[in-house]
Ligand binder design. Structure first.
Ligand code: 4NP
Length: 159
């Protein structure tokens, strides 16, 4: 792997349920691999309703149960400037990706994609929004984001 720092951002709609889990879980995998100084890791939402808010308590809880602390994260809104702040921007679903793509322009730094496309055989391309769901929905989100983050780290570590 090159010695350079790779900046990764996870994006969902509200930045309180799914993308905070992406940020926290990916940071956990990176730390366990001893690669903390090789990554900048962030998240945001395409909507601005939860700017400054902590993650949803159900996301904090499911992460805590798996040994990941996301409670210090605070909501941020995606802006066009992120296209040059991050190398890889991964959306949780096609709607989020379409919103981000409206800010695309030639020569930008960021490569865009869907997080679940890190798992080509998974059979699902969107991380379902658990906002109106149950604790089981948050657990399912945790599991798929965890697997995708492991695959993402393997891909980015290969350079
Ligand atoms: P997230 O879930 O995109 O996974 O953070 C949502 C959180 C809040 C809202 C929508 C989705 N909302 O409408 O406030």
């Amino acid at each position: 792997m090159s010695r350079e720092v790779t900046a990764v951002e996870f994006v969902c709609l509200g930045n309180i349920c799914r993308s905070p889990l992406g940020e926290g879980i990916f940071r956990h995998h990176v730390a366990q691999a001893g690669l903390t100084d090789r990554f900048v890791i962030a998240s945001s939402g395409t909507g601005g309703w939860h700017v400054g808010d902590p993650p949803d308590h159900r996301s904090i809880e499911v992460a805590r149960r798996h040994g990941v602390d996301i409670s210090a994260q605070r909501g941020r809104q995606f802006t066009a400037a992120h296209m040059d702040m991050y190398d890889v921007i991964l959306a949780m679903d096609a709607s989020n990706l379409a919103t981000i793509r409206r800010h695309q322009r030639p020569g930008q730094r960021a490569r865009l994609g869907l997080l679940l496309d890190e798992l080509p055989d998974f059979g699902l391309r969107a991380v379902p929004d658990p906002y109106t769901g149950t604790a089981e929905d948050f657990e399912a989100v945790y599991q798929m984001v965890d697997r995708a983050c492991a695959a993402l780290l393997a891909r980015l570590s290969r350079g």
